[in-house]
Design a protein around this ligand. Structure first.
Ligand SMILES: [Mn+2]
Length: 318
């Protein structure tokens, strides 16, 4: 078959600055994290029960570092590219938007105003784009879990698509995937059709969250088993404190609608008064959100026992 010869086009611009060897070690214990940190790895959201393993970049906001902003916004705004020449990271738990965006920013894999304009033909605008509004939105969604309404703005649609394309697995592969997904979504080749479908997929998630199996434990706390993330829906429609079990992961998370809710029912410090009293030992997190021990699979009955314990600790005030 004869046809038009392929026209020669300008190559699609890509980032020229690529870290030599991005390395992400996923660990389940504080001593492993400390050991890697001491050999030069940068810990990102590396918290275990009450212990946060960090280096001088302080990339955590759990336990004793709960007062800090999330890691994505600080990495992007204050430390962009700080680990470009030595992109070794140690992580734990889930590859969430906050942690993976922070790694991408520290490794210098995202557009940033600091990147010199005109370094790549035709790509200068995309390369020097300021993603701070996206980093701030990631932070906000991380601190006060809500998806509701995110589809109304472009940054919100990127964050929703990031979440929709996540496997939910808690391992190193999920972290590499998350870092690369941010690189794609923030670059000039973000998939437009998928971004247009974000709203449809989001509607499906809300429907699934509503269909989840819920047990009301008292007026404050409910236990839910759901394959999808649904805190925003459950806070609005079920109870202000939710204990959620994901059977596929064997993991349990606890969430309070906001800080005021957490402190009203659990005292100053919110859930941080609760983690140490749950079984098996090793629960941890922040005032408003936390989860079961790293690397441990809980069965449904263990999850429910924890939920009942949380309900018993919740002071019920009108
Ligand atoms: Mn976070």
């Amino acid at each position: 078959m004869r046809g038009e010869p392929h026209r020669i086009r300008r190559p699609i611009p890509t980032f020229v600055i690529v870290p030599l060897q991005l390395t992400i070690a996923h660990v389940n214990a504080a001593d492993e994290a400390r050991r890697l940190r001491d050999t030069g790895y940068c810990p990102v959201e590396c918290s275990f029960a009450e212990e946060s393993v960090v280096d001088e970049l302080l990339m955590d906001h759990h336990g004793s570092l709960s007062h800090l902003e999330g890691v994505a916004v600080r990495a992007y705004r204050d430390h962009y590219g700080a680990r470009r020449s030595d992109p070794r990271f140690v992580v734990t738990g889930a590859a969430d938007a906050d942690a993976t965006f922070a790694i991408a920013a520290l490794a210098g894999l995202l557009p940033h105003p600091n990147l010199a304009k005109g370094t790549v033909g035709g790509a200068s605008n995309a390369l020097s784009q300021d993603l701070l509004p996206l980093a701030e939105l990631i932070n906000k969604a991380d601190l006060t879990p809500t998806n509701l309404g995110l589809e109304a703005c472009p940054e919100g649609r990127l964050l929703l698509l990031f979440k929709q394309l996540a496997s939910g697995q808690q391992d190193g592969v999920a972290f590499y995937s998350g870092v690369d997904r941010w690189r794609l979504l923030c670059g000039p080749r973000a998939p437009r059709a998928l971004l247009e479908a974000v709203t449809l997929e989001e509607r499906r998630r809300v429907e699934q969250a509503r269909a989840a199996t819920v047990e009301l434990l008292n007026d404050v706390v409910a236990f839910v088993e759901s394959p999808v993330w649904g805190y925003d829906v459950w806070y609005a429609e079920v109870r202000p404190v939710m204990v959620a079990y994901v059977a596929a992961q064997g993991s349990v998370s606890i969430g309070c609608r906001d800080l005021a809710t957490a402190e009203r029912h659990f005292g100053a410090g919110g859930l941080r008064n609760v983690f140490g009293k749950l079984q098996p030992p090793g629960w941890g997190g922040r005032e408003t959100v936390g989860g079961s021990p790293r690397g441990l699979r809980l069965d449904r009955e263990q999850a429910r026992v924890a939920a009942v314990a949380v309900a018993a600790m919740a002071v019920q005030r009108p």
